[in-house]
Design a protein around this ligand. Structure first.
Ligand code: BGC
Length: 712
């Protein structure tokens, strides 16, 4: 982590100069930024242009005593100029290579403008769709989040951080931020060590192993201890146990927030305790004298350690040799290639939720586009900035491609009148097919955007019913940043595609999917609940002592259970809701595509293995349709008996594979310790015993294969 240069600098630095390296001031005014840098501030938010960044770097290297270059941070979350689908959508692609390519594109665009540090990826396992930030992560699953997090880190950081196309990544928010009580952003988290290790920490461990340059502390408490002062997790776990050598950055004003948490008496106290706990850079910045007083209370070795970490990232980024970027090479606009990539990504992220054959729209004819997303260009998603390349609406895109479309939105996101809905319905009667484009505007997801009601806002559901009543064939396209509750209309809609917030080329991708140029073969990265009351409804819940096999029985069996025999009586005392069917509306991993596939019997290279060994699981998949298509094969592990209640199933491997019509592909997966083990009492353990692997296109269509692990 250190070098001769770093040690020399450390030897020369005054306490004030050290402090400067340990702060990033939260969005100062541009004039103030130069002055702060002159005074020794070591990291800034992106100004935003290559020229302005170079100016600040020049102040840092030429007008400060030690000439240390700046970290230039920015939330590059799903693109800088060319906007990719939101991360939750990227997860739905089940295509880590694509995620890596998208991050590499974002990094190249960002670094060309002088950004060298992003606050992404978010690897918070997220199981509560009320929480608006689910949009920013990879959903509910530990394995999918870990794989996609790793891919994103590789994409941002490349092989060499000093390359002009690489930026330092930040894994956030450490840790368990994805499970705030009630789904309210910034809320408390109380989680067992067992679940912390097996669920929330695991993707962070994965990206640390992948070499992520920094980790951001989260706003929440864990067991009453706000993460900014959580020494056990920031230092003992992250830095000591995992050997993380990068920078721990605080979240925006996270140190100051300790006062509101009521765990610090003063800002001085808050700063001192955060750095003692393991923070290396405070985001938000505490005024000089206060921070200096705080740092004076801390072991000098801890301060030096923090400074060393910051300088090491700057060194790895090659900033000491080359703090500037070529202003004439700044990428301020998408290119044809970048547009092609995000367009393909948006299509590949789309999920066919339900299909009764209306799609793809091959016949042409008169197409009505209705719903607020017919004409709205609000398709970029939650985390984009003013300099991002905008999207056009689906109507504009469809017209540009010569389709015979009429657009009658019928309703706005939040309002609508009977007359407007009626005009959409009468236009539907005059059309051959209707595409109902409904969803959540981007502002309803993201940070500080929790919702208590996950139905389509406004009168959008009424619009769907009004269109259904016309009898004209129709499809629903859902544009959203989170799972929605669709129970009130899903039966009325024959075909539904989830397009998410797809970025700069979202409209083109939606049309590609509608006309069949692309296939919506993604899979859900989060389960969709039947109602808000059912949350959390993740598929990988622990086995209970009273598993239910029947639910939704309030009006039928359970209401008059007393009149039934012992079998039905037993059903009453199981883990379920009386007034809902069992399980989510759509489970994690759900989806299909336009092509159809036949799965052969899965087989393992050996039915028994010893701890430390691996077997190969294989399955033949044949495309039995006349369309080229992608299948996503998912492998779930069921641990039949363990020393603690295991999850009912958990994803252990997956692959998305393109298979030509008539072709049979063999997909193979290595299954060993990593897939079969779990964290127990602080150790990763593979317990001997019986397992079942469930292999298939979705969990409910998976086939079982038995596997036995023997003790070594
Ligand atoms: C968010 C972080 C983000 C930071 C800087 C905070 O409010 O929680 O995810 O990186 O702001 O913009």
């Amino acid at each position: 982590m250190t070098s001769e240069r770093i040690e020399r600098l450390l030897g020369e630095m005054t306490p004030a100069e050290k402090l400067g390296q340990l702060q990033i001031v939260f969005r100062p005014r541009p004039d103030d930024a130069a002055q702060l840098v002159r005074e020794g501030l070591g990291s800034v938010f992106w100004p935003p242009s290559a020229a302005k960044t170079n100016e600040l770097q020049r102040v840092a290297v030429e007008e400060t005593r030690l000439g240390i270059p700046l970290l230039v941070g920015l939330d590059v979350i799903h693109g800088q100029r060319t906007i990719a689908p939101v991360p939750l959508a990227q997860a739905a692609s089940f295509d880590p290579t694509l995620v890596e390519e998208l991050a590499a594109l974002a990094a190249a665009e960002a670094r060309s403008g002088g950004v060298n540090w992003t606050f992404s990826p978010m690897v918070d396992v997220s199981r509560d769709p009320r929480w608006g930030r689910v949009v920013e992560g990879f959903g509910e699953d530990v394995h999918l989040t870990s794989v996609m997090g790793r891919a994103m880190v590789r994409g941002y950081q490349g092989g060499d951080l000093a390359a002009p196309t690489s930026i330092a990544a930040t894994a956030k928010h450490f840790v368990a931020y994805g499970q705030p009580e009630g789904g309210r952003d910034y809320n408390s988290v109380d989680v067992s060590e067992h679940r912390l290790r097996n669920v929330y920490l695991e993707p962070f461990r994965a990206v640390v192993e992948e070499g992520v340059a920094s980790v951001m502390a989260s706003f929440n408490t864990v067991g009453g201890v706000p993460m900014h002062v959580n020494r056990g997790l920031l230092t003992d776990m992250l830095k000591t146990e995992w050997g993380f050598e990068g920078v721990v950055v605080g979240d925006a004003e996270g140190v100051r927030n300790l006062l509101a948490h009521r765990v610090a008496e003063s800002l001085t106290d808050a700063v001192a305790r955060s750095f003692e706990a393991g923070l290396d850079i405070e985001m938000g910045g505490t005024p000089g004298e206060v921070a200096e007083a705080a740092l004076a209370q801390i072991e000098p070795a801890r301060i030096d350690d923090a400074v060393r970490r910051v300088l090491a990232v700057k060194e790895a980024l090659g900033l000491f040799e080359n703090p500037f970027v070529a202003e004439d090479e700044e990428r301020t606009e998408p290119t044809a290639d970048s547009r092609r990539l995000v367009r393909r990504a948006a299509a590949r992220s789309s999920v066919l939720l339900k299909s009764e054959g209306t799609l793809p729209l091959r016949g042409g004819g008169r197409v009505l586009l209705t719903g607020p997303y017919a004409e709205s260009p609000d398709l970029l998603g939650a985390w984009t900035q003013f300099f991002a390349a905008g999207a056009q609406s689906v109507a504009a895109e469809a017209r540009g491609r010569g389709l015979d479309v009429t657009a009658v939105p019928g309703v706005d996101f939040f309002a609508g009148s009977d007359a407007d809905i009626e005009s959409a319905a009468s236009a539907a009667r005059e059309s051959d097919v209707v595409v109902v484009l409904v969803g959540e505007p981007s502002a309803l997801s993201g940070e500080a955007a929790s919702r208590s009601d996950l139905r389509l806002p406004g009168r959008q559901e009424e619009l769907i019913h009004a269109i259904a009543e016309t009898g004209t064939p129709f499809v629903v396209v859902l544009v959203t940043g989170r799972p929605l509750v669709v129970a009130d209309w899903i039966e009325a809609a024959p075909t539904v595609v989830v397009a998410w917030h797809g970025g700069t080329e979202a409209a083109a991708a939606i049309v590609d999917v509608l006309v069949g140029d692309e296939e919506p073969a993604g899979r859900l990265p989060m389960s969709w609940p039947r109602s808000v009351g059912q949350i959390p409804i993740d598929y990988a819940h622990e086995n209970t002592g009273r598993p239910a096999t029947v639910g939704g029985t309030l009006t039928t069996e359970v209401a008059d259970v007393g009149l039934h025999g012992p079998d039905n009586l037993q059903e009453k005392f199981t883990s379920k809701y009386l007034d809902l069917e069992l399980g989510p509306q759509f489970a994690f991993g759900h989806g299909s595509g336009y092509a159809s596939f036949r799965h052969g019997e899965p087989r393992v290279s050996a039915a028994e293995l010893t701890q430390g060994e691996a077997v190969t699981l294989s399955i033949d998949v044949t495309n039995v349709s006349d369309l080229p298509g992608d299948e996503v094969v998912q492998v779930y592990v069921e641990d039949l008996v363990a020393s603690v209640a295991p999850p009912v199933r958990r994803l252990a491997a997956f692959e998305r594979r393109a298979i030509a019509p008539g072709e049979t592909a063999t997909l193979s997966f290595e299954i060993g310790d990593e897939q079969l083990g779990f964290w127990l009492d602080g150790r990763f353990t593979v317990e001997p015993g019986a397992f079942v692997l469930h292999v298939g296109p979705t969990l409910d269509r998976a086939q079982p294969v038995a596997l036995t692990v023997r003790a070594r």
